[in-house]
Design a protein around this ligand. Structure first.
Ligand code: ARG
Ligand code: ZN
Length: 851
């Protein structure tokens, strides 16, 4: 059944209070609930959600209801059975956490009870109005012999075998959580700006304490930052974070009790890479920031998901920019956006940041809702300015605290705070697809040797499923001008495009400048412009905007790669431009690493398709290898010297400066491995002092086909650490030469320690394989069949994970007829599984263009 935004109706009861009494037991947990309701509409039935509940009893105001509760689907208590005034609904149900392999609701992970209720997990725990606009204070009593019993809010009282928690802040059921297990805390303290002491804890399994310190530091930094930048303080006496090994997503912002995938909490130099550290810092911040943007102000319905997710991603991106390098962070974010969100927008799964219908909401926790949702807020901020943004946010918190809101509410605070009409801007939320911007230049010389420059822009957005026609959007285009000698002659200016075609003229220029357009990636669009190699190289050398500079290098690389895939030789202009970057020691190492890493194969394929051509995965792989080799050969000596210069001696620190040097070193290692047969990678492997270097060296050895010994050593040291072993599984397939990857993936999938029920392990191998572009898209369809087989297998156990994995097929229509036929057959095989989940069914039907 499809859910429609247009069909949303207010819940006809106010929920005044929720009381839960939970007696935990692996096979039969008893949940007793007491919900105090106040009718808001005369004659309304009480409709409650529930899935897989064994109902023992139901009562209204202590009077037992003689009603056979359905096993699944809504429980309807007729209005005639209900008192006219406030009443208490009580239920006792039994559930089976051990049988819960979907990891939705209450489940067990290594003997520990935990929950995941977003989006609709709470209905697997008890009968409830499981919708985000029904909010109530919760009182929860947990009964269990396990030593640590946690829930939302503040601890009230506890004794042997029980604990009681009270959360005074009204919240929807999706923010409920409980944890019970044998856990130890890494404690911390925080005092809010207004003086409230908060006890902080990161809860982990005994033995993992020495890997939780970084998460605690990140939490404290996040709490301070949200006070300083947004004026938001924490609002309870305790804040708990729990690391869980089996978790469908990254983490969850349950009020006062954030639950994390352990890979986003646990870190030590020996087990986590620099990327892991940065990710942990960002996700700890993200979940913490949800306390205001998500929890204090939540979503009216799930169509509004980007209200909390887009804003919270935007906030965590700002936080990382402040903690690390803003320039590098922006480039990284654009890379992710293009790799995931543009890819989504250009295929059969395209949807707007605020969809207006869905079958399974868990399929909409997407790059479009999250990352594009964040970009849309970045544009708003660019349009109204920093001050306008702050005023609007202050108004948002003041006006909507305690409410469940919509995108309309969000836009209204910007209109009211700044006086701007956002009617057209709202299309960014309702329309799918990436606008394509085309820029033309017209130079009119004047008598004095200078002239005026006219920039013409057109915008167009291709049709997406269900949206054939697209109206023009508001596009903030950040533009600057660079004079022929490399000096900036016009600093950044925002051109506000609102029509299908528009132009701007810049007069009284000295000489014809080079245009630096879409600075800072000021809007999530693709930009078409005629630009030759020398002009790109000029911008790479002289642009004052770091994003635009990096973008110029990427443009050069893509041109070279697409040319090579069609048979051309490596572009000497590109090779020379990279030589200048290698030689420029004034550049931040992290930035140089970003420039030196060639675009990925999937990105080259996307660019090929956007030019109307059919990508050939083997030719693309060969082109990328060839260009890397050409770079390495041309610059062997300076690359070798820079590699040596970037060694970071001394104690490992995960900060941006050291991480940037290590990253540049590994980018160079990847290039030089193409010509030294893996000699440097072996030397680094032998001397590596941390996981960043070990994994970097190992990836290069795998790519060079000489990783056997290193893989054995890595396994010997990593055995017993799940997160380290995930890396071991992943790197062997993602970094492998494409011709070997499928055989490796198949043999790894046979191993007893391929514990595929664990989402991290499954993603490491199956996702890692699919990330190997030429292997996944092998001409004989073997890659597609392998992935499809594992999707079917997972669907039986964990529909959310299976459905997410389906997105490996989202680009299938780009390729040649034979590959398309193989991909379709693989997807049809998934669709044919008896008992296919609603999650996967929706994904496959959209992928095949049928839904
Ligand atoms: N709200 C969480 C976050 O982004 C994501 C939880 C999504 N879980 C799910 N099963 N859909 O921080
Ligand atoms: Zn989130």
């Amino acid at each position: 059944v499809t859910q429609y935004l247009a069909e949303w109706r207010p819940y006809p009861f106010r929920l005044l209070e929720t009381r839960l009494d939970v007696t935990l037991s692996p096979r039969a947990t008893t949940v007793r609930s007491a919900l105090r309701f106040e009718p808001l509409q005369a004659g309304a039935d009480l409709v409650l959600d529930g899935e897989g509940l064994a109902t023992q009893s139901l009562a209204i105001d202590g009077r037992r209801l003689d009603l056979a509760a359905p096993a699944g689907g809504p429980l309807v208590i007729a209005a005639a059975e209900l008192p006219h005034g406030p009443f208490t609904f009580e239920a006792e149900v039994t559930i089976d956490p051990e049988a819960n392999t979907a990891l939705e609701g209450l489940y067990l992970s290594n003997g520990m009870f935990c929950t995941q209720c977003e989006a609709q997990g709470f209905r697997h725990i008890t009968w409830y109005p499981d919708r985000p606009d029904v909010m109530a204070p919760f009182t929860v009593r947990l009964n269990s012999d396990l030593p640590v019993l946690l829930s939302n809010g503040n601890p009230v009282a506890s004794g042997p075998g029980w604990a009681e928690w009270h959360d005074p802040w009204p919240k929807p059921a999706y923010l409920f959580a409980l944890v019970a297990g044998d856990l130890v805390a890494v404690p911390g303290k925080f005092t809010t700006a207004s003086g409230r002491p908060v006890a902080l804890n990161v809860w982990v399994r005994p033995g993992d304490q020495d890997r939780a310190g970084f998460a605690m530091e990140a939490l404290i930094a996040s709490m301070r930052w949200d006070e300083q930048v947004y004026g938001r303080e924490y609002d309870l006496d305790v804040f708990n974070i729990v690391a869980v090994d089996d978790f469908n997503m990254g983490a969850m912002e349950n009020k006062g009790l954030n639950i994390f995938n352990s890979r986003l909490v646990l870190a030590s130099p020996e087990t986590a890479t620099d990327t892991d550290y940065e990710r942990i810092e960002a996700v700890i911040a993200h979940e913490y920031f949800h306390n205001w943007t998500g929890n204090r102000i939540t979503c009216r319905d799930w169509f509004q998901l980007c209200l909390k997710e887009g804003l919270t991603v935007f906030r965590d991106q700002q936080f990382t920019s402040d903690m690390r390098s803003a320039a590098v962070k922006r480039i990284e974010d654009v890379k992710t956006l293009r790799a995931r969100q543009f890819r989504e927008d250009q295929g059969p799964l395209a949807h707007p940041p605020r969809p207006d219908h869905y079958q399974e909401i868990n399929n909409f926790y997407t790059a479009t809702v999250y990352e594009k949702g964040a970009e849309v807020i970045g544009m708003l901020k660019r349009l109204v300015g920093d001050e306008g943004y702050r005023k609007a946010l202050d108004l948002y918190f003041e006006r909507h605290d305690g409410q469940a809101c919509t995108i309309e509410d969000w836009l209204r605070v910007f209109e009211d705070a700044t006086g701007r009409d956002l009617a057209q801007f709202a299309r960014w939320y309702t329309d799918a697809g990436t606008p394509q911007l085309t820029m033309t230049e017209h130079w009119r010389p004047d008598a004095a040797g200078g002239g005026s420059l006219t920039l013409g822009f057109t915008q167009a957005t291709a049709p997406t499923p269900g949206q054939p026609n697209k109206a023009p959007r508001v596009i903030p285009i950040a533009v600057g001008l660079i004079g022929p000698n490399g000096d900036e002659v016009m600093p950044t200016r925002i051109l506000e495009m609102t029509e299908a075609a528009q132009s701007w003229t810049f007069d009284s220029l000295g000489a014809r400048p080079v245009v630096s357009a879409l600075r800072g990636f000021s809007a999530p669009v693709t930009l078409q412009r005629q630009m030759d190699g020398p002009t790109r190289a000029f911008l790479l050398a002289h642009d004052t905007d770091p994003f635009a500079r990096w973008e110029a290098g990427r443009g050069l690389a893509l041109e070279a790669l697409i040319g090579m895939a069609a048979g051309a030789a490596p572009d000497p202009g590109f090779v020379a431009a990279m030589g200048a970057v290698i030689a420029d020691n004034t550049l931040d190492p992290a930035f140089r690493a970003l420039v030196l890493r060639l675009p990925g194969e999937d990105e080259i394929a996307a660019e090929t398709a956007s030019r109307g051509n059919v990508p050939d995965p083997d030719a693309i792989h060969a082109a990328r290898e060839g260009l890397a080799r050409a770079l390495a050969e041309a610059h062997q000596t300076p690359l070798g010297a820079l590699y040596d210069a970037m060694a970071v001696p001394g104690e490992y620190r995960p900060d941006a400066a050291d991480a940037g040097k290590r990253d540049l070193r590994l980018a160079i290692l990847a290039l030089l491995t193409r010509i030294d047969g893996g000699a440097r990678a072996q030397a680094l492997w032998d001397s590596a002092g941390n996981m960043t270097e070990r994994l970097g060296a190992l990836a290069s050895l795998v790519a060079a086909g000489r990783a056997e010994a290193a893989l054995r050593q890595f396994e010997a040291q990593g055995r017993g650490n799940r997160l380290v072993m995930d890396k071991w599984f992943g790197v062997q397939v993602s970094a492998a030469p494409p011709k070997d990857a499928l055989a490796t993936a198949e043999s790894l999938s046979q191993r007893p320690d391929f514990d595929w029920k664990n989402p991290n392990r499954y993603r490491a191998l199956i996702g890692g394989f699919a990330a190997n572009h030429a292997a996944f898209h092998a001409a004989d369809g073997g890659g597609y069949r392998f992935a499809a087989g594992w999707i079917s297998r997972m669907d039986e156990l964990n529909p959310q994970i299976a459905a997410r994995q389906c997105s490996v097929f989202e680009t299938w229509a780009r390729y040649d007829a034979s590959r398309r036929a193989h991909a379709q057959a693989a997807m049809q095989a998934i669709a044919a599984r008896p008992g296919l989940s609603r999650n996967t069914k929706e994904m496959i039907s959209r992928l095949l263009g049928a839904g």
